[in-house]
Design a binder for this molecule. Structure first.
Ligand code: C2O
Ligand code: CU
Length: 540
């Protein structure tokens, strides 16, 4: 395996979109940031230089970082921020990840502009479990705010309501020509008739699951979250913030120009109902249409379309890529995911009933500590966190009904972790609730991938639902959308000692506290222990 070295220089750099100008925080002057290319099992060293004016941390989303949480990146979970004028050299240790992942800032809302793709190719050249594509293209879905992203964050945290929506969605950094003043801001993909393109799609959008589709072309999904899937032919894709999807696009239609387009799937809160476009241009001699054909995207509230797509994902599950779902579960957790409210001084907040939005897991709103949990754990510093994260909600109730016990509106604050024994097996049932508002939650776990063994609508039934779990070929993911008014069950083996964050990947929900932390203890033997920290950990 190779060691690749990269330099990431963070700067505030001016960019123009939608005919307006502003400075954004970016890596190496690029937006989206640079793509990192690697081969299965490689190690990548990234020297991060913060030459911008704000604190930042960088996370390598979906990289398990075996025994090395020090480079994982979430602010105040595994490190303190990299301050302006300082550097941090991060080691990204790949193991069995194969396909597409991404990197992004993991402090405040900086990930809006600080992100890029990680492309992990198979070890043996051309060794894909599908016909080798002719061309590979990363496509990143993103968002553009005309105002400063830090101001958006501060405003919504202080007024307690929903955040402002962005001014445009983006495909590879460009809004496409359906927005006001965006004619020149369109990403073009030139294709050749007969060739096959492997599209490596990342959803870097802040607050919404996205639908994506290409006019006149169906595509074949072959992977998600750096794990191969059984091929799925489809006309559209639903992709959660945090998730990646690899799909094959065959250029087999009449040479012309076609739109690819994406818009939000959103069922609660403020959301942006605009559509971002890019153009697929076939090479050749023809007169392009004055306006390319637009694809049919599922509607904004089409929960069925979102669930139907996601529930088709299956692990490849063959001899080369075997499935290894834990059969016996040591740790059984039932986690409710809720939006909550808290009173505001003078009833002055912008949330429902003039209160302030909060969010919780098992009715605990996560409070960020002042020094990182990893350091506190490793150096046994007291009073930074507690290890009382509950395995179940405070009591059972009808999670998906509208009549909700008032007591659950007001979650408790806490910096609580759940401790896992090395190599124990974990099952989490995520149960969405209808407290205040029901919505899908794309749940993301650091340090692991999990098998998604089941999902359903309504309340989880402990007697009957487990009978239908898929233990044969469940998809291996690091981010899974728990459907609105429904539940999802995941399983993994706690084989990676460290401190690992789990959270909803909607930025507004993580800002409201929908996150918790697992600490996986060391096992016996030196290969089962956290590696020592590097010398240059950013000071707290
Ligand atoms: Cu994509 Cu905690 O991150
Ligand atoms: Cu959420």
């Amino acid at each position: 395996a190779l060691i690749h070295r990269h330099k990431f220089v963070l700067t505030d750099t001016p960019f123009t979109r939608l005919c307006s100008n502003k400075s954004i925080l970016v890596v190496n002057g690029q937006f989206p940031g640079p793509t990192i290319y690697a081969t299965e099992g490689d190690t990548i060293v990234v020297d991060v230089h913060n030459q911008a004016s704000e604190n930042v941390t960088i996370h390598w989303h979906g990289v398990k970082q075996p025994r090395y949480p020090w480079s994982d990146g979430p602010n105040y979970i595994t490190q303190c921020p990299i301050q302006p004028g300082s550097n941090f050299s991060q080691k990204i240790i790949l193991s069995d990840e194969i396909g597409t992942l991404w990197w992004h800032a993991h402090s405040d809302w900086s990930r809006a502009t600080v992100h890029g793709a990680i492309v992990i190719r198979p070890k043996k050249k051309n060794n894909y479990p599908f016909r080798k594509p002719d061309v590979e293209v990363p496509i990143i879905l993103g968002e553009w705010w005309k105002s400063d992203i830090q101001a958006v964050l501060n405003e919504f945290l202080s007024n307690g309501g929903d955040p402002n929506v962005s001014d445009a969605f983006l495909i590879n950094g460009q809004p496409g020509d359906l927005y006001p003043c965006s004619r020149s801001d369109t990403y073009n993909l030139t294709v050749e008739y007969g060739k096959t393109y492997l599209i490596r799609m990342v959803n870097a959008v802040m607050n919404t699951i996205m639908f994506f589709s290409i006019a006149n072309h169906s595509v074949t999904v072959v992977g998600s979250d750096a794990s191969y899937t059984k091929p799925i032919k489809t006309d559209y894709i639903a992709i959660s913030p945090g998730q990646t999807i690899d799909f094959l696009l065959k250029a087999n239609q009449t040479p012309s120009h076609y739109y690819m387009a994406a818009h939000a799937y959103a069922i609660a809160g403020n959301y942006d109902n605009t559509t971002t476009t890019a153009i697929i241009q076939y090479k050749g001699n023809y007169t392009p249409p004055s306006s390319p054909l637009l694809p049919n995207l599922p509607g904004f509230n089409n929960t069925n379309a979102s669930i139907n797509f996601t529930s088709r994902l299956r692990s490849l599950g063959n001899n080369d890529y075997p499935v290894d779902v834990p059969k016996n579960v040591t740790n059984k957790f039932f986690f409710t995911l809720s939006i909550n409210l808290n009173p505001c001084p003078n009833n002055s907040c912008a949330g429902p009933f003039n209160e302030r939005f909060r969010a919780s897991v098992n009715n605990i709103t996560f409070v960020q500590p002042n020094i990182d949990i990893l350091q506190a754990y490793y150096r046994r510093i007291r009073n930074v966190y507690d290890d009382n994260f509950p395995s179940n909600p405070p009591f059972t109730f009808n999670y998906t009904s509208d009549i909700i016990p008032r007591a659950l509106w007001r979650p408790q604050n806490g910096t609580e972790v759940k401790v896992l024994k090395y190599n124990s097996t974990v099952e989490i049932v995520f149960q969405g609730t209808n407290i205040v508002a029901g919505i899908d939650h794309p749940m993301h776990l650091h340090g692991y991938s999990f098998y998604v063994v089941g999902w359903g609508r309504g309340n989880f039934n402990n007697d009957t639902d487990p009978l239908n779990y898929n233990l044969v070929d469940p998809p291996l993911m690091n981010t899974i959308a728990v459907p609105v008014n429904g539940w999802t069950t995941v399983r993994f083996k706690a084989s990676n000692p460290g401190v690992w964050l789990m959270h909803c990947h909607l930025e507004r929900h993580i800002s409201w506290g929908m996150e918790m932390v697992f600490i996986t203890q060391n096992g016996k033997g030196k290969d089962a222990r956290i590696l020592p920290p590097p010398q240059d950990m950013p000071p707290c």
